[in-house]
Design a protein around this ligand. Structure first.
Ligand SMILES: Nc1nc2c(ncn2[C@@H]2O[C@H](COP(=O)(O)OP(=O)(O)O)[C@@H](O)[C@H]2O)c(=O)[nH]1
Ligand SMILES: [Mg+2]
Ligand SMILES: [Zn+2]
Length: 322
């Protein structure tokens, strides 16, 4: 994996050389893998190009979090090196962003994905509604569809699965029940992710890697191996990778998404809880946060069970964390 080092060295040598007389006009490609410093861009060749960012692209601050896997970029191909320069980003259709540390710009994890796959087991590990609700907010604010995969169904009863399935279906989420030992839900899942770009998310241990391996037994890719703790150093640690599925479509794997806080404005949080929508604007106080204010239409809807306690408490927890 010293190709990255090679590019670094050869580029510093190149600085002392004459500029190449002719440059190809920019062409576009998709970022399919990124490390902290490098972007691998698919331009329709056998292997992705190893690209870096032109220094002038982001003048204001550090650029490292501004280009994400899934981004369509304009690049200047550097034929000699099998590499290239990223010159610009094309407009994004969707994005999954996480809330960065204080003072750091927005961190986009994945761009232009269609679906957020939220894998959640009911047992072992137990269902974590707070995490699922955070993922739903992230998908809603970034413009992605959601598919909630209730995994390890063999470990739970129908009566445990049913209320969760009904709640999230009523929120406009596709819900699919799966079990690896029973090969349950496989055909539907293969269909639902074909010919689109899906981001895999969910708490560790819920069965993401097992599920993908069982769906595509002949596929050489081992999803879930991307890790930010690989100890290989800053430049080779993969932060996100987009894998082409055998049947068409892509799966995006990124360790950054396993546990994360969505990036959403405090005053817009309520809009991302779809069942709150009919009640918004009906509270007594303009800009009601739906927590401590009197005559709050959302709180009344919780009392009359039009909004579940669980979802309301997810809202309050997220609100407090913002
Ligand atoms: N009973 C049961 N166990 C599962 C199922 N899927 C995965 N597991 C087990 O759950 C553990 C974690 O699975 P893994 O795929 O590594 O989870 P990940 O961290 O989300 O990728 C492993 O021991 C798997 O064998 C399932 O559908 N049913
Ligand atoms: Mg895994
Ligand atoms: Zn209110």
């Amino acid at each position: 994996m010293n190709i990255e080092r090679k590019v670094k060295i050869s580029s510093s040598i190149r600085k002392t050389e004459q500029k190449l007389p002719q440059k190809k006009s920019p062409q576009t490609g998709t970022v399919v893998r990124r490390t902290k410093s490098f972007y691998y861009v698919d331009v329709g060749e056998a292997t992705p190009r190893l690209c870096r960012i032109r220094g002038s692209l982001f003048k204001v601050s550090r650029h490292r979090n501004k280009i994400a896997v899934g981004d369509e970029v304009e690049i200047d191909l550097d034929v000699e090196e099998d590499s290239g320069w990223i010159l610009g980003i094309l407009p994004r259709r969707t994005k999954l962003s996480r809330r960065p540390a204080l003072g750091v710009p927005e961190q986009i994890l994945v761009s232009n994905a269609d679906t957020l796959l939220i894998v959640a087991s009911l047992r072992d590990p137990p269902f974590r509604e707070g995490l699922v609700d955070r993922f739903l907010v992230a998908a809603s604010s970034g413009g992605l569809e959601t598919l909630l995969i209730l995994s390890k169904a063999d470990l739970s009863t129908v009566s445990e699965i049913k209320p969760i399935k009904e709640l999230y279906s009523s929120l406009g989420c596709n819900v699919l029940v799966t079990s690896v030992p029973e090969s349950r839900g496989f055909d539907s899942l293969r269909q639902l992710i074909s010919c689109r770009t899906s981001v895999l998310s969910g708490h560790s241990g819920v069965g993401k890697s097992s599920l993908i391996a069982a769906l595509f037994p002949d596929w050489g890719v081992r999803i879930g191996q991307v890790s930010n703790k690989s100890g290989k150093g800053l430049h080779t640690t993969i932060m996100a990778e987009m894998y082409p599925l055998p049947q068409g479509g892509y799966i995006v794997d990124t360790p950054g998404i396993r546990e994360f806080a969505p990036l959403v404005k405090l005053e817009e949080l309520d809009k991302h809880f779809v069942e709150f929508l009919p009640f918004l604007g009906q509270c007594k106080f303009k800009g009601c946060s739906h927590r401590h204010e009197p005559h709050c239409a959302v709180k009344e809807a919780v009392t009359t069970r039009k909004i579940t306690d669980q979802r309301y408490s997810s809202y309050c927890n997220l609100y407090d964390s913002l």
